[in-house]
Design a protein around this ligand. Sequence first.
Ligand SMILES: [Fe+2]
Length: 288
Amino acid sequence: MALTPVHFFSHGSTMMLGEESESADYWKKCGDEALAHGIKGVIMMGAHWDANGDRIEVATKPNPGKSPVAYVHPEKYMHYKLNPDLPTAKRCIEILSSEGFNVRGNDSFDWIHDTYLILIRMFPNGCPPTTIISMNARFDPHFHIKVGSSLRQLRKEGYLIIGTGGAVHNLYRNRWGQMLRFSDNFAQETPPETWALEFRQAVEDVISNNSGPNLRRAMTRLMKHPQYRDAHATDDHFMAALFVAGAGGDEEDSGVCGKLYAETWELTNMCNSQFTIGGWDRLVASAG
Ligand SMILES: [Fe+2]
């Protein structure tokens, strides 16, 4: 029985949908591989949808709309048909509920570019059945690790688990001028600032050198890194990394470190690193 890989993708700015990049090429490669291996569906946590109180939610709108994508021509996304996986959404709600989460379906949520930008890039010829899980707005790292670890079992059934957030993602410290004036999101008039380089390296070190429960601990500790708050003015784009550590950091994942496969700097200080934990060659004894 195969154990699917887990991806932590940094979706970057909206322009990552419209402009070509190394990251976009990698997303496509991951999508091609997933289809070649006959995935049953995709389960994603993004960075743009959170539930209040102690709740989390699962997207259950049968025909979700798409929030507009700034700086991208609508032709690039308006015709792409989203494919919400309602049976798997129900299943995720049951699993999360049995793990003690206050979870419910949300049948009015429209999808946002953090998830469908990645889906379009990975699966340009058609969206596989996809389930979107919300964050919780308290942004507790341990909570989000537990969400990932609760859903990890679905990897054994052929579901591809993806967290889409950011490695270094602080909109307040990006340099927006070149993008606003010339639609050039990749302009790099100066090197990235030191805090961005430092935290980007810390994320790579953690994912490349830790596996199993150690990955979960190390990813959590990154929120105490001296440059964390510079790299993430808000916690939303880092929660996907915790979700991924939960889904890819079980005892059974010990010895399987993640790897940085592609990276794209945008807006001088935003680092869009693309990581994958595991591969398509991992087998487990049984679908327990
Ligand atoms: Fe985002």
